[in-house]
Design a protein around this ligand. Sequence first.
Ligand SMILES: *[C@@H]1O[C@H](CO)[C@@H](O)[C@H](O)[C@H]1NC(C)=O
Ligand SMILES: *[C@@H]1O[C@H](CO)[C@@H](O)[C@H](O)[C@H]1NC(C)=O
Ligand SMILES: *[C@@H]1O[C@H](CO)[C@@H](O)[C@H](O)[C@H]1NC(C)=O
Ligand SMILES: *[C@@H]1O[C@H](CO)[C@@H](O)[C@H](O)[C@H]1NC(C)=O
Length: 508
Amino acid sequence: MASCSASAPSSARALAPTLLLVLLLVASFACRCRCAPPDAQVTRLPGFEGAQLPSKHYAGYVTVNEKLGSRLFYYLVQSERDPTSDPVVLWLNGGPGCSSFDGFVYEHGPFNFESGGSTGSLPKLRLNPYSWSKVSSVIYLDSPVGVGLSYAKDKSTAYRTGDLHTAHDLHTFLLKWFQLYPEFLNNPFYIAGESYAGIYIPTLSHEVVKGIHDGVKPTINFKGYMVGNGVCDTKFDGNALVPFAHGMGLISDDMYKETSTECQGNYWNYSASSDKCGTALSKVNQAIAELNIYDILEPCYHSKNIEVTRQNSSTPQSFRDLGVTDKPLPVRTRMLGRAWPLGAPVRAGRVPSWQELGVAVPCMNDEVATAWLNNDSVRSAIHAEPVSSIGPWVLCTDALSVFNHDAGSMIIYHKNLTRQGYRALIYSGDHDMCVPYTGSEAWIASLGYKVVDSWRPWFADEDVSGYTQVYDNGLTFATIKGAGHTVPEYKPQEALAFYSRWLAGSKL
Ligand SMILES: *[C@@H]1O[C@H](CO)[C@@H](O)[C@H](O)[C@H]1NC(C)=O
Ligand SMILES: *[C@@H]1O[C@H](CO)[C@@H](O)[C@H](O)[C@H]1NC(C)=O
Ligand SMILES: *[C@@H]1O[C@H](CO)[C@@H](O)[C@H](O)[C@H]1NC(C)=O
Ligand SMILES: *[C@@H]1O[C@H](CO)[C@@H](O)[C@H](O)[C@H]1NC(C)=O
């Protein structure tokens, strides 16, 4: 990031005429080095009572399709260390349909949000000592249009989308965003996210790299990407659960043997039929049905008010009952579609919405984010459209009328990107059952890359924080011990440790 405060010479009269040409050149350069749009700066944040923000924040919309009036909402948190040289990271949550404010509010944003007390009251924002803005500038982006605070005028067209279209819009966003913030063009740029962003990230990276090859301006200084508990490949992800359940002690050795024998290791494409494989799998499903899919160590709270609507899906009954509990906790569900349920791996073609899957996967509380982002004084402070104009913010939307998984397996993307020298970190909270680490480990092994630093523990502090293995072609795999699907939410200190080390190019 180049300096933004190019100060004009105080006394031009004192300069010799020969210097005028130089001066003009400098001036024209300074004009091209236009900096962050001043009206995008966030100067106050309702709920935050500190004297000043720990770094500069900017937020607003970027139009990615004029015809449809498609506008993507971003929130930039500049690095609290050295924004001029620290990396810039684009963060994407998954779904499809989930807002990246999940990351901002609950995972690695600059604040910890504390409930304001009564339901709907404004939360209190306290500084997060493990914010990823300690070591990088982070762009939280709501994508595709229709998600979070992003919206389009022509909903009927814009909200029918898919992987490839989303990647295209995201690339358009980046090109326009860097035109607005050219001071960041020289910083190393990374793309990161989790869950279904396991699809967004490689497909967008591919677009970015293609743009670089084609000489598209501005040139993005793309260095690599990071995927947490990411969706990657129908077979590998779909086959991951049974070995995970076995390794975690959720099913017995006998059940494991029966299932693997009957299904011959093909769990991803079973149909809930009465064959022996189906029978064995339904026993597995029963055994794990009451666990919190996003972190098997956590309880799964479920408001009794939420109706689990059954529509036509092949989701097993045990899964549909997941989370139905007698615990009378008055929590809202923060979790519709952050990723995909058991026995329903992401397949090619139209991705069913959570409503259609007939599951309401609960477990977490989204109250503070909902209260904060639906307060118009907050909306106005962050330059988002008011509730009356674009409706309420929801963590995961069902507004996308069609979302097609049309990019296929990500394995070929990962191969292509890593072989071209882009760095990749694939990390997994090892207690996530939604996109289990066993699947990520297996597809990575299938690449056939040479191991250059073999499986070993890594440490954030004095304790083992997880395990890691490094491959050639700049690919690192890491687990985070005891973390669920949204790693930084469970293990913020460990998350900042692996994040900052990996960005710096150091060993985990
Ligand atoms: C599932 O996929 C495997 C290959 O991965 C194939 O051999 C098998 O026939 C498929 N089973 C069904 C029920 O489609
Ligand atoms: C579900 O299936 C039944 C019968 O198979 C059909 O009558 C009904 O319309 C279907 N519902 C939906 C929402 O597709
Ligand atoms: C939004 O928050 C402010 C406090 O910052 C409060 O005065 C206002 O009533 C809230 N608005 C709504 C609609 O809740
Ligand atoms: C990666 O993809 C690009 C664009 O499709 C292609 O031109 C290039 O040859 C691929 N590179 C590798 C190493 O597969």
